[in-house]
Ligand binder design. Structure first.
Ligand SMILES: [Zn+2]
Length: 75
């Protein structure tokens, strides 16, 4: 059973929701941004309390009560 599903089509299996990531930046001696080294840890993982939208059709998804794996989405 999926934790998140699209109300329009059960084959839609990609969703957009919010995670708060911690990124390490490379900065110069004045603290100015040079480069983002990417996600180093999760500050707040996506929650079942978030709005989740189907990436395919844009519908607001149905979210089941359950565990959402904590991980960096783009590493
Ligand atoms: Zn959908």
């Amino acid at each position: 059973m999926s934790l998140v599903r699209c109300p329009n089509n059960s084959s839609h299996n990609e969703f957009v929701t919010t995670a708060h990531e911690v990124h390490d930046w490379v900065v110069d001696s004045d603290g100015n941004f040079i480069e983002d080294l990417g996600c180093s840890e999760i500050a707040v993982a996506p929650s079942i309390d978030n709005i989740w939208r189907c990436r395919i059709c844009g519908a607001e998804a149905i979210v089941m009560d359950g565990f959402v794996e904590k991980r960096c989405w783009n590493v």
